[in-house]
Write a protein that binds this ligand. Structure first.
Ligand code: F0G
Length: 428
């Protein structure tokens, strides 16, 4: 690992088949060697990377002095060589005093993942996923995406010199994300179907062509995303809080991120670095909320939504592939799942922007909309310290902002007309 790391492991470097890590199926428990190139178990269950944590010696003092970024936690990541990195991670954790008052919680922080290189949390996963592709000698990476995954995969593929194939649900991807995938050189196909259709198709293409699938079913991607948890703990410590938050709230689409962040907290807990695991709280849009539905019914299986719909296109997903991991994260952490309407999402987006100066895309605002809803219902204790994860930047989806805002007032270029047009009552 060339980037500085504050973790140390007894053996200097990791290699294929490293005995300190393995892949494990969350359904049948079967263990697989890391050298095995597979995203799911032979039983079709989801895989997870497990570490022998007794081999990790986390030095608290050193941790405080290393600038935050994903590879600061390199010894808890499954890559042994030099990673393909664009200095992802190290995103700000803002205390939001105006919003916390409005939402009725003691302390509210927003982790602004929109400040990553492509403007979303996906970069944390892609730096690890693409580094793994390079380790494996793979030439082509591929994904289906509601937009952000494709933007992120495209930049890391560009940096690594790999070819990139992207499937998008036609007509339902925010403009900024398509622009990124195109500019960074991915081959972009718009499928006349939804994200779930595109994901099923790209899985087939990958197994026929030998392309490396970089959707969140890939366990390496989730390893990168778990660093949101590590970083949040370190940043809360910098605020003088020697603990994890009581609750973490985030939008849920394909359900990888909530599973990844839970895994991160679990590892810190098992390492004795935090005293509890936060209550993982997942928010979905009401038009595409199969996980909320399963949570409410107390079932292990979801009933897929065949025609998901929401203005928050990033989470317009009816059949989340990581649902089993996400439901476990929510249930085992005593968390919650809630649905919010498009109107509630847009209101929360405005409030984040206007009360706190935090510009996010609609899906990200679902976290704050969910917090407000759960707090109003009395489901969240007013004494809690809550972290909302803002997953993507405002500029990802300028069209929705323009549609939901008052347009600029056109004025002739003369002083009198200008004075007549200025809405003084709004400015004094
Ligand atoms: N927020 C944003 C901004 C997203 O782009 C996504 C997922 C999520 C939340 C949900 O995360 O899927 O891990 O539950 N976007 C994926 C994509 C699906 O293709 O960009 P999740």
């Amino acid at each position: 690992m060339q980037l500085q790391s504050s973790l140390s492991r007894d053996s200097e470097s990791l290699s294929e088949g490293d005995e300190h890590m393995h892949l494990e199926c969350i359904s049948c428990g079967k263990k697989h060697d890391l050298a095995t190139v597979m995203n799911t178990c032979s039983c079709d269950g989801l895989l997870e990377i497990k570490y022998d944590l007794s081999e990790i010696h986390f030095k608290l003092e050193e941790r405080a002095t290393v600038a935050p970024h994903v590879w600061k936690y390199g010894d808890l990541l499954p890559i042994s060589g030099v990673p393909i990195s664009l200095m992802e991670g190290g995103t700000p954790l803002y205390r939001c005093k105006r919003l916390e008052e409005q939402c009725g919680v003691k302390e509210l922080y927003v982790k602004h993942e929109g400040m990553n290189p492509t403007g979303s949390f996906k970069d944390r996963g892609m730096t690890v996923g693409v580094s793994r592709a390079v380790e494996l000698g793979i030439k082509t990476v591929a994904c289906a995406s509601t937009g952000n995954t494709s933007a992120s995969m495209a930049i890391y593929a560009a940096k690594a010199g790999l070819a990139a194939l992207v499937l998008l649900p036609s007509g339902h991807v925010a403009l900024g994300k398509v622009a990124q995938a195109l500019m960074h050189g991915a081959q972009v196909l718009a499928v006349k179907g939804n994200f779930d259709d595109a994901l099923a198709l790209i899985q087939k293409v990958c197994s026929e062509q030998g392309f490396y699938l970089l959707n969140s079913v890939n366990p390496y991607r989730l390893e990168g995303q778990k660093t949101i948890a590590f970083e949040t703990v370190d940043q809360l410590n910098a605020y003088g809080k020697e603990k994890a938050p009581d609750r973490v709230i985030l939008p849920v689409g394909n359900a990888g991120n909530i599973s990844a962040i839970y895994k991160g907290y679990k590892e810190f807990y098992e390492l004795g670095l935090i005293e509890r695991i936060p209550m993982m709280t997942g928010i979905q849009a009401s038009g595409s909320a199969p996980i909320v539905h399963a949570f409410e019914r107390g079932t292990a299986e979801i009933e897929p939504v065949t025609e998901p719909e929401t203005i928050a296109t990033a989470i317009r997903i009816g059949n989340p592939i990581n649902a089993p991991k996400a439901l476990e994260a929510i249930r085992k952490s005593n968390g919650l799942a809630e649905r919010v309407t498009d109107e509630e999402i847009l209101q929360a987006q405005k409030d984040l922007a206007r009360l706190e100066g935090i510009g996010v895309e609609p899906a990200s605002a679902a976290s704050v909309a969910g917090l407000r809803k759960l707090s109003a219902k009395g489901a969240i204790d007013g004494d809690e310290t809550v972290v909302c994860v803002a997953t993507g930047h405002l500029l990802k989806d300028p069209e929705t902002v323009i549609r939901s805002s008052r347009p600029p007032i056109e004025v002739p270029a003369d002083f009198k007309s200008l004075c007549e047009a200025i809405l003084l009552r709004e400015l004094h």
